[in-house]
Write a new protein. Structure first.
Length: 112
C-alpha cells in the first residue's frame, strides 16, 4: 500500500510534522502462506434427492505477520527514519489483532 500526504502538516506517532516536498510511505504486508484451522461442523449429505444443509464453525491462525515500510522522496532521507520506523511499528501493532480469525460457514444445496 502507498500513502500520499494530502496536507502540509500531519500527525505521526504523536508529533506534528511539516512536509515541504513530495514524499510517500510504502508498506508491504505479508502473512504466513500456511494457516492452521480447527473447527467442527454438521451436514446431511445423503444420497437422496432434496435439500442438503451444512454448517461449520472454528478458528484459523494466520501466523507470522511481516511488515516492510519504506519512505520515498523526501521521506527517504535519514532524518525521517524514526518516523518510518514508528509507522511500521504502528501498522504491525494494528495487524497483530488479525492473527486469529473466527470462521463460520453455512451452506445449502438442492440435489435432483
Amino acid at each position: 500500500m502507498n500513502g500520499q500526504p494530502r496536507q502540509q502538516t500531519y500527525q505521526t506517532n504523536g508529533m506534528a510534522n511539516v512536509l515541504t516536498a513530495d514524499g510517500s510511505i510504502s508498506d508491504r504486508v505479508s502473512f504466513s502462506k500456511n494457516a492452521s484451522y480447527s473447527g467442527f461442523g454438521w451436514g446431511n449429505q445423503g444420497p437422496t434427492e432434496g435439500w442438503q444443509f451444512r454448517s461449520d464453525i472454528g478458528v484459523a491462525y494466520q501466523g507470522q505477520i511481516n511488515v516492510t515500510t519504506a519512505g520515498e522522496g523526501v521521506l527517504s532521507q535519514p532524518g525521517f527514519s524514526g518516523l518510518i520506523q514508528a509507522e511500521q511499528a504502528q501498522l504491525l501493532s494494528t495487524l497483530s489483532r488479525y492473527r486469529w480469525h473466527l470462521v463460520l460457514q453455512v451452506g445449502m444445496a438442492y440435489r435432483f
